[in-house]
Design a protein. Structure first.
Length: 143
């Protein structure tokens, strides 16, 4: 094939491609706008901090707890056993090793396995009583 013919074919192909792209962008610009994002109405019972917390949990891939959180520092053996995966023996070990500064201490103190912790971390919490906070923080404790 002659070089000049090949060049003209390539040039024609480029022109055709450019025209197709131009037509596609023009059509996209003249198309009616897509439906706007649905408005999220905030219920009066959910405040802004709650909405932010839910958004952060979704962003981090965390799940909401299925029910009320079980406080590992104060829960009874029965309450601890209500957490899926916590047996009578594990509940006893948790109770014997109290108090916990954080729920991750369940793993760092070798009370439960890392795998079990991964399954229950959104079902347990650590809370302190006012007396415990006074002992821990002393003068810096909230009044």
């Amino acid at each position: 094939m002659n070089r000049s013919i090949a060049r003209s074919m390539i040039g024609s192909g480029c022109v055709a491609l450019a025209l197709a792209l131009l037509a596609a962008t023009a059509q996209a610009q003249s198309a009616p706008p897509a439906d706007p994002a649905p408005k999220v109405e905030q219920s009066p019972t959910v405040g802004a901090p709650e909405v932010i917390r839910r958004a952060q949990m979704g962003h981090l891939g965390l799940k909401e707890p299925a029910g009320p959180l079980v406080d590992i520092n104060h829960a009874s053996r029965t309450e601890l056993k209500s957490v899926p995966g916590i047996t009578t023996v594990l509940a006893g070990r948790i109770m014997a090793n109290r108090p916990f500064g954080s729920k991750t201490q369940l793993v760092s103190r070798n009370i439960i396995s890392r795998e079990l912790y991964g399954r229950i971390r959104n079902k347990v919490t650590v809370r302190f009583t006012k007396k415990e906070l006074m002992q821990i923080l002393g003068d810096r404790a909230p009044k």
